[in-house]
Design a protein. Structure first.
Length: 150
């Protein structure tokens, strides 16, 4: 079974996350997704559960548009690839990872690479491993996509 996890940018400040002892990367928190109406929360693992309540390691409200799911793939440096990550291919082209029509695809601004990201990230048509690197994400690094190639 593939690992299912999410990330999102916390509504609260990084300083408050630090004070609360919540692990994060520049305000990005990782874990499970729980929704309260239209408000998404990233929550930690279950600590305790009874018939009346459930307790998690932590819970953090996140900005809705920043919520992204783990693709199940890693880049050449063993970094998890999430939805909305920006990856660089061996030719220096930059792509945004998106979920479209039931599969992970790479979007390059005006056009999409309409093939499953599994084939692109792991192997090319000659059966050779392709090295892609996560270089940022759409929310913190939009300026990378304006350049198109780095």
């Amino acid at each position: 079974m593939r690992e299912i996890k999410f990330r999102g940018k916390a509504v609260m400040s990084t300083e408050k996350l630090d004070v609360l002892g919540i692990e994060h990367k520049d305000g990005w928190v990782y874990g499970n997704l729980v929704m309260k109406e239209n408000e998404p929360y990233i929550v930690g693992n279950i600590v305790e559960v009874t018939d009346e309540y459930i307790t998690h390691d932590f819970w953090v409200q996140v900005i809705p548009e920043t919520v992204g799911q783990y693709t199940g793939f890693k880049d050449d440096w063993d970094v998890d690839i999430y939805e909305y990550d920006i990856v660089k291919d061996p030719d220096g082209y930059l792509w945004v990872v998106l979920f479209k029509n039931g599969s992970w695809v790479l979007s390059g601004g005006e056009y999409d690479l309409e093939e499953d990201i599994l084939e692109f990230v792991n192997w090319n048509e000659k059966g050779e491993k392709i090295d892609v690197l996560v270089v940022g994400n759409w929310f913190d690094s939009k300026e990378l996509m304006e350049r198109g190639k780095s």
